[in-house]
Design a protein around this ligand. Structure first.
Ligand code: GLU
Length: 441
């Protein structure tokens, strides 16, 4: 059975880059009728925070990316310790004692000599007595996985055939000197034991994947299918990594971005399918195909989310937004006509309040000098209320007959006088909502 997981580290809020990973894994699982696991990668007790775990869940729920179960790495430390023991038993795990400064020096030397900066495995030749002495002097060493120096190959769901020379990669550290288990081994143990069949993650993990394939094999597990999506860049192709902090999902929510707008964009961006607003999650699931994504960096422009949000809002009935309409101050008896008018004229629900304020308080009228007499005459002709959808038509017809004005010369001064703007909602829909005018009825 298809099983995927989204595995954030709870060290911050999730952003659009994380969402791409989450969404791809979610869609694969749902399309196959499989399982989607939310895995919290919290083996780092200093940086992991409970508030971020909660925030990640809230953000995913807001988007409707429901998980089938949650797993936490901090609950599974004994499983990782067992795997570490096994690697020791089969001779694929060794303790190394270099300090970060020493490692840095080694790397610099290698680079100076034009060699790739790969760990030289000096620790492999330490005798037991030497290790004892180092332990006494520096404390416990780190534990490195001994890679087999051969080519590591896989068929990547996005990148195609990949082949990496293991000799060009340092033996990965899986356990730190203080005993902290690192993601590289924890993830492998989890993916294997939880029966994860498909792993989609960012292309910054390609080298990790190479080493993890060897670890999985060493532990006797079965490799999942891997796919690495490209990383997002800004609209000009600039690196987004520094700006991702400002592209947290909660900030977008705060700015009024609608979930379907965000999902519609992220589920297709970087693929050969066009980005179009989808009505609901099932449409996204049906049309999703990981094979249609390309390897090239993907440009992301936060501004693209707003036209999609506006379009989505236009499609919604009052029932879906009644809370926001009430929050804007609209009385219940006017909610329906107000929403019919407003939804064509907003980008986000945050714009509702300004429209209601205009309806309630009236706008600062915009009247050109040459229109003053005309507007005064028109106002006298305004029929008695109550106003409905026909009032505008009846009124402007009477004004036309009385003044001889027609077309733009008739309608534009009236619009400007009533709304203070040259463009805006259908006047026929707006007029019955204007409270100052209603008061005359
Ligand atoms: N916690 C890892 C990360 O956030 C998970 C990577 C993976 O999907 O394996 O980068």
């Amino acid at each position: 059975m298809t099983t995927t997981r989204f595995a954030p580290s709870p060290t911050g809020y999730i952003h659009v880059g994380n969402l791409r990973t989450a969404l791809m894994n979610y869609l694969i699982a749902r399309k196959a009728g499989g399982t989607f696991i939310l895995r919290i990668d919290d083996t780092d007790p200093e940086r992991s925070k409970e508030e971020y775990v909660d925030a990640i869940k809230q953000d995913l729920e807001w988007l409707g990316l429901h998980w089938d179960r949650v797993e936490r790495q901090s609950d599974r430390l004994d499983r990782y310790a067992e795997a570490a023991d096994k690697l020791r038993e089969i001779g694929r795990f060794y303790e190394a004692f270099e300090t970060p400064t020493e490692l840095d020096l080694k790397r610099k030397k290698q680079l100076n000599m034009g060699k790739p900066p790969v760990y030289d495995r000096a620790a492999l030749s330490l005798s037991e007595a030497e290790k004892e002495a180092l332990r006494a002097e520096r404390g416990n060493g780190v534990w490195r996985f001994k890679l087999d120096h051969e080519r590591i190959e896989w068929n990547d769901g996005i990148l195609g055939d990949i082949s990496i020379d293991a000799a060009s990669v340092s033996d990965p550290v899986l356990i730190r000197g203080d005993g902290q288990v690192l993601y590289t081994i924890a993830s492998v143990v989890d993916d294997t034991e939880m029966g994860v069949t498909d792993v989609v993650r960012g292309s910054d993990h390609v080298t990790n994947t190479a080493t993890q394939i060897q670890i999985i094999e060493a532990l006797g597990g079965t490799c999942p299918r891997f796919a690495h999506h490209s990383l997002l860049t800004g609209p000009q192709g600039e690196a987004l990594s520094k700006r991702l902090g400002t592209l947290a999902l909660r900030d977008l929510r705060e700015q009024g971005v609608q979930p379907m707008a965000l999902l519609s964009l992220m589920a297709r961006l970087g693929s050969s399918d066009p980005v179009e607003l989808r009505a609901d999650m099932s449409e996204l699931i049906d049309g999703f195909d990981i094979g249609r994504f390309g390897a090239a960096p993907t440009k992301f422009d936060v501004q693209d989310l707003f036209p999609l949000t506006a379009k989505h809002l236009q499609s919604l009935p009052l029932a879906d937004v009644s809370e926001a309409v009430a929050d804007a101050g609209v009385p219940a008896d006017l909610a329906e006509p107000f929403w019919t008018m407003a939804r064509e004229n907003i980008t986000t629900l945050g714009d509702l309040k300004a429209w209601w304020d205009l309806c309630r308080d009236g706008a600062e009228p915009l009247i050109d000098d040459e229109d003053r007499a005309f507007i005064a005459e028109a106002m006298d002709l305004l029929p008695d209320g109550p106003f409905d959808g026909d009032t505008w038509g009846t009124w402007t017809k009477a004004v036309k007959e009385a003044t001889g004005r027609k077309g733009k010369g008739l309608f534009m001064p009236l619009r400007k006088a009533l709304t203070g703007m040259e463009r805006g909602p259908e006047m026929a829909t707006l007029l019955p909502l204007l409270q100052v005018i209603r008061a005359r009825g």
